[in-house]
Ligand binder design. Structure first.
Ligand SMILES: Nc1ncnc2c1ncn2[C@@H]1O[C@H](COP(=O)(O)OP(=O)(O)OP(=O)(O)O)[C@@H](O)[C@H]1O
Ligand SMILES: [Mg+2]
Length: 274
């Protein structure tokens, strides 16, 4: 793996981040506690970080803090050394539920972020068409989200997020509701697009095989209040195709990740060898 440059601050740094919510009956609920994460700035390379953890442990909360949609209760959240003070064009989020704009066509949805950035109509529609093609939705440009299947809608959301080329892409279980076939296709697509974008991706999933297939590093979270308990480097080649899932190394890594998940569930943090 390439080295981070010492003179460049990390792309993202979470230091002792905790987040509490006030519940309807006025009590304080701690969603995440003492979250520490450093993603170094490696020139000409992206980082693909996958978060795995039990439901309710705070994965979406952490992504929302990085997106600037939630503010942490305590601790520091820094982007390239500067505090996160709200959403910005440097970050794009694909939400857990489908998030395309129902009143815009597929083409308008995908071109939306470019329009906000002042890109002229011809240019933005050209770029949007390129992304629509990449996610396999050619021919659906003039349709509205309600005319699409769930999987197609999620592809619109992905194309819309990637079209503006954010440096940090936050993906919250983006394939959770897709059928197996579409899901496998989307995993390969994201692997390809990641190389093209060279950005940092933070990706949440509950699917261990998906995590191993996509990640360069997997972060395991504890149960609520969540924090990172383990980092596992995935030493597979950067270019990955479906057949890598049949290799013995892939299966070893899957087993290792599962062991870490079980260990985290028991509250342990034992070192297991790769
Ligand atoms: N806006 C909010 N107001 C109050 N509580 C919240 C809010 N957002 C999240 N929580 C609570 O914080 C905890 C963590 O939620 P979060 O959505 O981050 O979990 P998660 O790890 O993404 O779970 P899942 O895997 O089910 O998506 C949950 O108990 C949730 O109810
Ligand atoms: Mg979630």
């Amino acid at each position: 793996m390439a080295e981070a440059r010492a003179d460049r601050p990390p792309v993202l740094e979470l230091k002792n981040v905790s987040k509490s919510f006030t519940t309807a009956d006025g009590r304080t609920f701690q969603a995440v506690k003492d979250v520490d994460l450093v993603i170094p700035d490696v020139p000409d390379a992206g980082e693909f970080r996958v978060f795995l953890g039990p439901s309710g442990c705070g994965k979406s909360t952490i992504l929302n803090i990085v997106a600037g949609l939630y503010r942490q209760t305590t601790g520091e959240a820094l982007l390239r050394g500067k505090p996160i003070n709200g959403p910005g064009p440097d970050r794009g989020m694909v939400f857990q539920s489908y998030s395309s704009y129902p009143w815009l066509t597929v083409l308008e949805n995908v071109a939306f972020g470019l329009k906000l950035r002042g890109v002229g109509r011809e240019e933005r529609e050209g770029q949007a068409r390129t992304w629509i093609k990449k996610v396999g939705l050619e021919g659906s440009e003039r349709k509205y989200p309600k005319q699409l299947s769930g999987g197609m809608r999620q592809r619109v959301a992905i194309a819309r997020t990637l079209a503006v080329k954010p440096q940090i892409i936050l993906m919250d279980e983006p394939f959770g509701a897709l059928d197996v076939q579409t899901r496998l296709g989307m995993q390969s697509l994201i692997n390809e697009l990641w190389e093209e974008i060279q950005g940092t991706i933070l990706f949440v999933t509950h699917d261990v095989a998906e995590a191993v297939f996509l990640a360069d590093t997997i972060h395991i979270l504890s149960a609520a209040p969540g924090h990172f308990v383990q980092e596992i480097e995935i030493d597979l080649p950067v270019h990955r195709t479906e057949d890598i899932k049949n290799t013995s190394r892939f299966r070893e890594l899957e087993t290792l990740v599962l062991d870490h998940i079980r260990s985290a569930a028991r509250g342990g943090n034992v070192r297991l060898t790769t």
